[in-house]
Structures are given as structure tokens and as C-alpha cells.
Write a protein that binds this ligand. Structure first.
Ligand SMILES: Cc1cc2nc3c(=O)[nH]c(=O)nc-3n(C[C@H](O)[C@H](O)[C@H](O)COP(=O)(O)O)c2cc1C
Length: 209
């Protein structure tokens, strides 16, 4: 059998804080992905020029977003990669504004899928996987409800579904994450397991590319 082209994972850094807690958590996940032979495509939202959706709805006719910014050239890889990971702090029980702007801009993909009945997952895997890495400063039961719901419907738009998560409470000040040895190890293991699962899937259906 031909070699499997390594699994491609889009890793979206959703926090405005550089080197913050979710950045560190995502770096652990990435360590796991790379140790298992996966290829990471990092997306640092805070460094991008990214307009929020303006509800022009041109995408409902063409499947393409008419706003032109740093996201424009990335829609293709959003459609082609094998899996997604999002790192997101909880902000007012939801995702940060930059992450929400990015997600809302995927409305053009929603329109492709649900209005135009066009394929969204155009790469090797049609039912893709998503990993959520999230944390917040407080400890309430419902802390992740908003983030999880948004992430699930974001994934649905991408022809993907939730596959794994690491959710940590009581992580607030920059650097607090370094105390969370178990959470960091969990994220690294999840990265490894994701690549192993994808490799197995690609071998089974022979779509190594
Ligand atoms: C604007 C803002 C809103 C926040 N809202 C919440 C919240 O609703 N619940 C919570 O537990 N923590 C909240 N936090 C705390 C962050 O989730 C926490 O500091 C986290 O560690 C930040 O992660 P980061 O370093 O990756 O940005 C908020 C922080 C900011 C700046």
C-alpha cells in the first residue's frame, strides 16, 4: 500500500493573549500531534486581519465570502484538512471575540452546505474530527456550556464533529496553566491519539493520498 500522506491538523489559537494559558495547552496538544507524525497548520487569530461577518449574505448565492482579509486564502485549507483543534479561553461564558469573528465568517461554508448543497469537506476525510482545548478562571458547572455549543455547531458547518476535549477550571493568571500537569499531559496524549485514529481511518479506506 502507498504511504499515507501524514494527517493534517488545523490548530486554531483562539486567545487574544500571546503566550497565555490556552496557547500553552495547544502547544502540548501539538507536541502530541507531531510526535505521532501529524502535520500542524497553526492559525494565530490574534495576528490576523479578520473582519467580523457583516451579514451581506452574498455567500448564500456563491458559497464564498465577499469580505477580503487574511482569512480569504485560508478557506481552501479549512475545507481540505483532516481535523481541527481550537484552543479557547472562556470569555463571558463564550469564546473570545476574535474566535467568534473567525467562526461567524465560516457562514459561507454553512451556506455551501445547507443552502447550496455543495461539499464542504473536500479533502480525504468526509466526516472530520474536532478537538476543543478550553479553560477559564472560575469553576462553575456550566463554565464550558457556551464554548462547547459554539464549537459543536462550528464543526458541523465544517463537516466535522467533536472527537475530544480538555477542559480546565480555575486557570486564570498568565502561567497558571503550568501547574496543570495532568491537563497538559492529557492534551499531549489527545494529540497523539488523534493522529493515530486518523492514520487508522486513512489506512482502512485506502485514501492515503
Ligand atoms: C474579557 C474576559 C472575559 C472572561 N470571562 C470569563 C468567564 O466568563 N468565566 C471564567 O471562568 N473566566 C473568564 N475569564 C478569564 C479567562 O478565561 C482566563 O483568564 C484564562 O486563563 C485566559 O486564557 P488565555 O491566557 O489563554 O487567554 C475572562 C477573561 C477576560 C479577559
Amino acid at each position: 500500500m502507498a504511504d499515507i500522506f501524514p494527517p493534517q491538523i488545523l490548530c486554531v489559537f483562539g486567545s487574544p493573549r500571546k503566550g497565555g494559558n490556552t496557547d500553552v495547552l495547544m502547544d502540548s496538544f501539538i507536541k502530541g500531534v507531531e510526535s505521532a507524525g501529524g502535520v500542524v497548520h497553526p492559525l494565530y487569530l490574534r495576528d490576523m486581519k479578520l473582519f467580523p461577518c457583516r451579514e451581506i449574505h452574498a455567500c448564500a448565492k456563491s458559497g464564498e465570502c465577499v469580505l477580503k482579509d487574511d482569512l480569504t486564502p485560508l478557506f481552501e485549507s479549512l475545507m481540505e484538512v483532516d481535523a481541527f483543534a481550537l484552543s479557547s479561553p472562556v470569555m463571558f461564558y463564550g469564546v473570545p471575540a476574535i474566535a467568534k469573528a473567525f467562526i461567524d465568517r465560516c457562514q459561507s461554508l454553512w451556506a455551501r452546505k445547507y443552502v447550496l448543497k455543495m461539499p464542504v469537506a473536500t479533502g480525504r476525510i468526509k466526516d472530520r474530527k474536532g478537538v476543543l482545548l478550553s479553560l477559564g478562571g472560575s469553576k462553575g458547572n456550566k463554565l464550558f456550556d457556551g464554548v462547547k455549543l459554539t464549537f459543536r455547531y462550528f464543526l458541523d458547518t465544517l463537516d466535522a464533529s467533536p472527537w475530544g476535549e480538555v477542559l480546565l477550571r480555575g486557570v486564570d493568571e498568565k502561567g497558571d496553566i503550568l501547574r496543570e500537569k495532568e491537563g497538559l499531559a492529557e492534551a499531549e496524549a489527545l494529540g497523539r491519539q488523534l493522529v493515530e485514529a486518523l492514520l487508522l481511518e486513512l489506512k482502512e479506506d485506502g485514501s492515503g493520498g
